[in-house]
Design a protein around this ligand. Structure first.
Ligand code: GDP
Length: 325
């Protein structure tokens, strides 16, 4: 991989929302080269005052639920409202280098063609934590480029949905008509993360079932009884026909207005940033430890002693931290 120079990134063009410059800046952020990471951080630091002005929305759901169809319909609706939309993805499982089935332009053809939209697939490879971190940074760059709404897409079958929840203001879970989380192919607990549940494909013969599904989830959500400023809502939608899409946006706006008025959006983002900083701290600490030539050998030795019941995990970890004695 060639090292990208930060000087090649025209900050004026980025601030003016040039999509090619944004794409280049994100490539820099995604690079795993240490020199690129430093350039990327310098760039983000420089544009930081211009970040934070978008509405950040996470979208999850099992494969086939209609995420890309929904994002296309929702994104086009936002363009009609005069908004500029960035779509990013978190997909740590993607085996294909440089590409992913998530946030793929060919799946959102009309949106991808529009100058006012920006679509970026998941950074290739790596653990969920690293992919999520790079997506957060891409989100900041998208904001600096003036995108009003950032959609972060992920598949609701792993851990990535928790990561996405931690980086957005509003979290949408897409479901199919038909009750029961296990039927939906999404992991238990994902519904609990939702600010809104969208029953997609509520059209044709599915309409009655969709209505029943809505009632099922409305009572399930009441039982959860989160005492936050926002009570999660259920919305029927046909992404294919466009029905319900406007209502979803109205819901996001209502949440945003209420959240801003009550200081909740700011509070949530502050907490997310502190958690993010602490996560990076632990990563850096690990990296630092690994610089010690004997680290891996020490680690193996101590692991063996833990497995053999000779050391407690706590004592082993402390020894590893201090260098073995
Ligand atoms: P994803 O894997 O979650 O991104 O799902 P896709 O957006 O690729 O959609 C999977 C299939 O469901 C496609 O054949 C879509 O045409 C279809 N689909 C998506 N949304 C709707 C909808 O609202 N109604 C109906 N009937 N089909 C839909």
């Amino acid at each position: 991989m060639n090292s990208l120079k930060v000087e090649l990134i025209d900050k004026q063009a980025l601030r003016h929302g040039d999509r090619r410059t944004l794409a280049r800046a994100i490539t820099l952020v995604e690079s795993l080269l240490e020199s690129d990471r430093q350039h990327a951080q310098a760039l983000i630091q420089e544009v930081l005052p211009a970040t934070g002005k978008s509405i950040r929305i996470g979208i999850t759901g099992s494969p086939g639920v209609g995420k890309s169809t929904f994002i296309e319909a929702f994104g086009l609706h936002l363009l009609d409202q005069g908004k500029r939309v960035a779509v990013l993805a978190v997909d740590p499982s993607s085996p294909v280098r440089g590409g992913s089935i998530l946030a793929d332009k060919t799946r959102m053809e009309r949106l991808g063609r529009d100058e006012r939209a920006f679509i970026r697939p998941s950074p290739a490879g790596g653990a969920v934590g690293g992919v999520a971190q790079r997506t957060r940074e891409s989100m900041l760059l998208s904001e600096a480029a003036g995108f009003d709404v950032v959609l972060v897409e992920t598949v609701g079958v792993g851990q990535s949905e928790h990561r996405v929840k931690e980086m957005v203001d509003f979290f949408l879970v897409l479901l199919l008509p038909g009750a029961g989380d296990e039927l939906q192919g999404i992991k238990k607990g994902v519904v609990e993360l939702a600010d809104a549940l969208i029953i997609n494909k509520a059209d044709g013969d599915n309409l009655v079932l969709a209505e029943n599904t809505r009632m099922h989830y409305e009572s399930a959500l009441k039982l959860l009884g989160r005492d936050e400023f926002w009570q999660a809502q259920v919305q029927l939608c046909s992404s294919l026909q466009g029905a319900g899409v406007q209502e979803v946006w109205n819901m996001v706006l209502a949440h945003h207005q209420l959240g801003e008025a009550e200081g909740e959006i700011q509070r949530r983002r502050s907490m997310q940033n502190i958690a993010w900083m602490n996560e990076i701290l632990i990563d850096l600490w690990h990296q630092q430890l690994r610089l010690r030539a004997s680290f891996e050998a020490d680690q193996k030795l101590l692991e063996a002693q833990v497995v053999a019941g000779k050391l407690t995990p706590y004592v082993a970890a402390k020894r590893l931290l201090g260098g073995i004695q």
